[in-house]
Design a protein around this ligand. Sequence first.
Ligand SMILES: [Zn+2]
Length: 260
Amino acid sequence: MFAPEEVDRYARHLVLRELGGPGQQRLKAARVLLVGAGGLGCAAAPLLAAAGVGVVGLIDPDVVSLSNLQRQTLYRTEDVGRLKVDCARERLGEINPHVQVEAYPAALTPETADAIVAGYDLVLDGTDDFAARFAVNAAAYGAGVAVVSGAIERWTGQVGVFAAGLTRHLTPGERQPCYRCLTPELPPDAETCARVGVIGALAGVIGAMMALEAVKLIAGVGEPLVGRLLIYDALAAVTRTVRVSADPACPVCGDGGRRP
Ligand SMILES: [Zn+2]
């Protein structure tokens, strides 16, 4: 049940026909892990906290730098030099004291990922390198949870839901793809935002879409971007959505791949 303060706080959710009290209860019971407290994490985390997600896990090894502030809007100039997860935990607590924040000042590695991801119902991947995304993907698949994945570079962003972990017990034809079905190997020409740049507001757009997809998945409403990838060309102001299929040869979820 909700306290009177929560009924008031979540009033705009409670009147939504698709969400209502049952959906808000599911949000309150949910444990969501956000990997990366950079541009995408800074946009998604306050929306998850404001929405009333019960537990928000945050993992990021970095401290705030001055060049982060152009897009990482949870942080202030005076935060430069402080751990991002410490700053973020304070801000989220100010937004919604009902939310429990679990902060990990560390990188998610293949060695640590399984133990951390296993404690959550859903993972949001806002990291900016492929090795970290691969670690998140493999751990989520092993834990049987879905990944909401976001990425931004220059003027283009993408968001998708990789639900292979949720469908791993189904027959091959019924399984959803994982991130490695889309990107089997480390791209040799992978670029970083530090080198090629990124427009700041794009982090807000894609991070907010990640939070919205997470709310849909938790509440069980609408049609999440499962097996689909939405690509946003911000310069042209055009979006397109492409299908992603499960790959039988995938190194993680394929027939010869990792099996929990
Ligand atoms: Zn796969």
